[in-house]
Design a protein around this ligand. Sequence first.
Ligand SMILES: [Cu+2]
Length: 131
Amino acid sequence: MRAARWLVVVAVLAVNGAMGGCGGGSSYGGGLVDPCPTGSIEIQVAPSGLAFSPTNRTGVRPGDTVCWNFRADGHDVTSGAPCTADGDFATAGVQPAGRAFTHVFAAAGTFQYFCSVHCGMGMTGTVTVAP
Ligand SMILES: [Cu+2]
């Protein structure tokens, strides 16, 4: 009997741990990391005020990893023209300061993104990818 109870306790803990791991970590088309990986091209998220820095990121080549470095709490990164998500990449929720989010840009082009919380206040940016 004692062994059976232990099994139940362990199973409950395992399920809780798995669910906790999902919270805040979901994303599509990218990955949440901390901090930005070496060699990635960085964009600061809200280093001072409701803006990305640089607002228009150039110098990105196809295959490069862009990393958004969250400098303040309460922002997200969502791809698309302001303020409509296009489903290409997103953090799927606001992130805390210290978090970072990566996306690999495979093709050339100019890609718009925004913070869905503050898009109406002009918190938008672009990444220009060129060979
Ligand atoms: Cu924001």
